[in-house]
Unconditional design. Structure first.
Length: 272
């Protein structure tokens, strides 16, 4: 199923990176049974996500996690009082005062479980026996828009989007979607843009894996009303390359927005 989902995301979106799956390895036995290679050195979780987007899989525990914020968000480390109180970020000067910093800290949504480690792989590398828990897609604003349109087709508006430009890949794209059971968008954070070297025009989307199939269904249903001809041509070419041309009919020169804009007088003239 994950390979099938990855194929359709590649067809429907103009992705520069592979969609990434994260699976929580709750026990030491789960960690040992994961076939992903263990990191030999330390690495931030978000960098491992970037690696997976380039086709490289890994697993990490707290000992190999090079970002304490990510270890806390994913449930691999305890949340200390300095973090819980907001004093840590207040001292760093990223928020105006302790009150604001405490508000940010209080609203952080970390995984409630205790987790031995995490498995981070390209979505296509998972099988039905071990699907990921969360899918992270770092991509362009246009693709993020399409993912939200796909979600909205079946489920309505995406509510309670939460972002602060802090703990972006680990919390905004992973623990928050997992705990709240809903997708989320992240503008990424200064930390991950430094260590993972994302492009400035990229942002992140986190989706609970069990909702991904419905999002993909919504993407298929909205290709014709939502996409311009240029993107429809790309999708048609990828459908053909994947042997899926019969699975989705592309209707060119038809969408909801072409010719829909103008003054009342201009719109009336077009109807004549």
């Amino acid at each position: 199923m994950s390979k099938h989902d990855a194929m359709w995301l590649d067809i429907l979106l103009d992705l520069g990176r592979k969609p990434v799956g994260t699976r929580f390895l709750l026990t030491e036995a789960d960690y040992a049974s994961s076939k992903a290679p263990e990191l030999t050195g330390g690495m931030p979780y978000c960098t491992a996500v970037k690696w997976a987007g380039e086709g490289r899989s890994c697993k990490m525990d707290a000992a190999h996690g090079a970002c304490s914020a990510a270890s806390r968000a994913l449930g691999m480390a305890e949340i200390g009082e300095e973090v819980h109180s907001g004093s840590r970020h207040a001292k760093l000067g990223v928020y105006e005062n302790l009150g604001v910093s405490r508000s940010i800290a209080k609203d952080m949504v970390y995984c409630a479980h205790k987790c031995y480690g995490v498995e981070i792989m390209p979505l296509e590398a998972y099988d039905e026996a071990n699907n990921p828990d969360v899918v992270v897609i770092v991509t362009t604003p246009h693709n993020a828009m399409r993912l939200i349109q796909g979600y909205a087709y079946h489920r309505g508006q995406l509510k309670e989007i939460k972002m602060a430009g802090m703990c972006a890949v680990c919390q905004e794209c992973t623990s928050y979607p997992f705990e709240k059971n809903m997708p989320n968008i992240s503008m990424l954070c200064s930390g991950t843009r430094c260590v993972a070297q994302w492009a400035k025009d990229e942002l992140g989307v986190g989706i609970p894996y069990h909702q991904l199939g419905q999002v993909i269904s919504g993407l298929k249903k909205t290709v014709n009303p939502m996409e311009a001809n240029e993107d429809k041509q790309r999708i048609a070419q990828r459908l053909a390359a994947a042997g899926q041309s019969d699975a989705l009919e592309i209707v060119f020169s038809h969408n909801y927005f072409t010719g829909a804009y103008g003054t009342p007088e201009q719109l009336a003239r077009r109807k004549k």
